[in-house]
Unconditional design. Structure first.
Length: 257
């Protein structure tokens, strides 16, 4: 759903929808006599229970979003560690294979940084294609070097390359793991009901009630969507560990004659 990838647009749509729901509640109440105290007591209980349910849903959904965000951050660190470790381990291969694989790993690290920072869908498709191609090349080169020199150290280097490829898959899976659409629909439906109920029972301060609750809920939805959206939000995982790694993967200068 496009709104979930554009938190600011989600905020605007949510605020307008909830404000209209509160207005609808007031219109339904217009021309009706005041609620008796006995009914108003039951009405207040229903409103309080509905608002409590909405608060719980927002809290649980916020927890889901932050858990996913933390997972993306942790996996970025693990991916940088896997690449850095393999960059050292390929020295167990013959010199020519080691130099070739280290050059590939440097290119691969730059590709992974671009994956984290890009917001352009077309650029992302190209990055994914280049990543898959480079992964195949690295695995082919590592497998050939291990077959040419079948030693325990070569096997360790091959295992490290497997960790590099797996770490990219884990990162991709984490970026696809979003809050389910059904949870958003349920939360939005409860929010609509809350605003209709408040609008229906408002007395004397309708304009205030018509703005405060829709604004508070819309801001909550914006924050949740912003954290949950890997590319569309302001709060995003930055490739800090990969940026630090790329500085340490510079090729060594040849010794002076």
């Amino acid at each position: 759903m496009i709104l979930l990838n554009r938190p600011l647009l989600l905020f605007a749509v949510t605020f307008l929808s909830l404000w209209l729901a509160a207005w609808l509640g007031r219109r339904l109440r217009a021309g009706c006599p005041e609620l008796p105290e006995s009914i108003r007591s039951d009405y207040g209980t229903i409103v309080g229970a509905t608002l409590t349910l909405l608060g719980l849903l927002i809290g649980f959904t916020f927890s889901m979003a932050t858990t996913r965000y933390d997972a993306r951050k942790s996996l970025e660190e693990e991916e940088a560690n896997a690449i850095g470790t393999e960059y050292v381990r390929v020295n167990f291969f013959p010199a020519a294979d080691s130099a070739r694989l280290q050059s590939m790993l440097r290119q691969y690290t730059h590709l992974r940084i671009r994956f984290y920072v890009t917001r352009n869908p077309t650029d992302l498709m190209k990055i994914d294609a280049d990543t898959m191609t480079l992964q195949n090349q690295m695995w082919t080169a590592a497998a050939a070097a291990a077959r040419a020199q079948p030693t325990p150290l070569s096997a360790l280097a091959s295992s490290g390359m497997n960790d590099v490829l797996n770490s990219q898959g884990y990162v991709q899976a984490a970026w696809w793991n979003r809050i389910p659409l059904a949870a958003w629909i349920l939360m939005f439906g409860i929010a609509i009901l809350c605003n209709i109920l408040l609008g229906y029972g408002a007395r004397g301060k309708e304009p205030v009630l018509s703005v405060i609750l829709p604004l508070a809920v819309a801001l909550s939805f914006f924050l949740i969507a912003d954290i949950d959206s890997p590319r569309g939000g302001v709060i995003r995982v930055q490739p800090q560990n990969l940026n630090a790694l790329v500085q340490s993967l510079k090729p060594e200068a040849p010794p002076a004659p």
